[in-house]
Design a binder for this molecule. Structure first.
Ligand code: GLA
Length: 307
């Protein structure tokens, strides 16, 4: 049993296998958290692990692979799960939300064709359970735009947003999703044009919305910055630095809110990529503190203690 996780070390699932959930996302369902993320081994794209304490992760399933079922969608999409040359496509930053209206788990992700990075598309997959085999509905360019590094955020009223880097990563777009989360309903923002923000991660606290993101330097870490807004569709602030100049050698994956002793606490969950050997990439989880006037503060800790 893990009683803590050491940041930057290799993390293993409860079977002793390396945990592959890179560029990931967590969803609380029942008493468990489900951690989805990239798994680039063998024929896999996305794997999911389950934990009740955030420290001991049980492997559940490879939820998206080259062999996943596909289905037609009302949006015209490309449903290829292999590249033109027969290799793998690229699936990055998978994020999953539960949609109450259709009673399904809906995954959004960044998809490239496996040969180059020119498709800049977003992909969608659905499943009836959090850890079943997801059905791939294909990828597309929302309203014709490029869409690379991405995240999902569900607001308190059940509305959800897909945020992704556009125009060769120069601008960050915010799309409100349709009620069933299966399409982009409306482009509500083009943020920080020309500032090249990647790896977006959103959270809400006390009615204030925070968006964290990195600069655009590939696998190499850089300075994380955040912005605030009074609502997802409201006016976002300019960007403010947080953490050190390489964000402790990390890039944001998502923000994890956790109920602890009747209070909500927040963690910055990040990737520490190994650009030379992707499979050796690590994770870092840091507590996010908040000043009295609501400014987030990130401090480095060697370990993550879980609940
Ligand atoms: C950045 C992105 C990752 C991935 C790499 C590829 O780090 O955040 O998701 O696309 O670039 O270079």
């Amino acid at each position: 049993m893990n009683t803590k996780l050491t940041n930057g070390e290799l993390w293993y699932d409860t079977e002793g296998n390396i945990l592959h959930a890179h560029g990931g996302h967590m969803l609380k369902w029942g008493d468990n958290w489900y951690w989805y993320g990239e798994n680039r081994t063998e024929n896999r794209y996305v794997s999911v692990y389950r934990s009740a304490d955030l420290l001991n992760w049980t492997f559940c399933n490879h939820v998206l692979t080259t062999e996943s079922p596909t289905a037609e969608h009302r949006v015209r999409t490309d449903r290829k799960l292999r590249s033109e040359k027969g290799g793998k496509i690229n699936v990055e930053r998978p994020k999953v939300l539960y949609n109450r209206k259709i009673g399904k788990f809906v995954m959004w992700m960044h998809v490239e064709n496996g040969v180059d990075y020119n498709d800049a598309a977003c992909g969608i997959a659905v499943c009836d359970t959090p850890d079943g085999d997801f059905t791939y509905l294909g990828c597309f360019n929302p309203f014709g735009y490029m869409s690379r590094d991405c995240t999902l955020f569900e607001d308190k009223d059940g509305s959800a947003y897909f945020i992704s880097a556009s125009r060769d990563n120069a601008d960050l777009h915010v799309y409100r999703l349709t009620d069933d989360y299966l399409n982009a309903d409306c482009l509500v923002h083009k943020l920080w044009q020309g500032e090249y923000r990647e790896a977006p991660a959103v959270m809400e606290r006390a009615g204030k919305y925070y968006m964290f993101s990195s600069f655009c330097t590939g696998w190499a870490p850089n300075q994380c910055r955040y912005a605030c807004a009074d609502s997802m569709e409201g006016r976002w602030s300019t960007l403010t630095d947080i953490g050190d100049s390489t964000t402790y050698r990390t890039q944001p994956a998502f923000i994890l809110p956790v109920e602890k002793e009747g209070k909500t606490v927040y963690y910055y969950v990040a990737d520490r990529w190994n650009g030379k050997d992707y499979h050796d990439s690590r994770y870092v989880i840091l507590p996010l503190g908040f000043t009295e006037d609501g400014r987030p503060v990130m401090e480095y800790t060697d370990t993550f203690q879980g609940l």
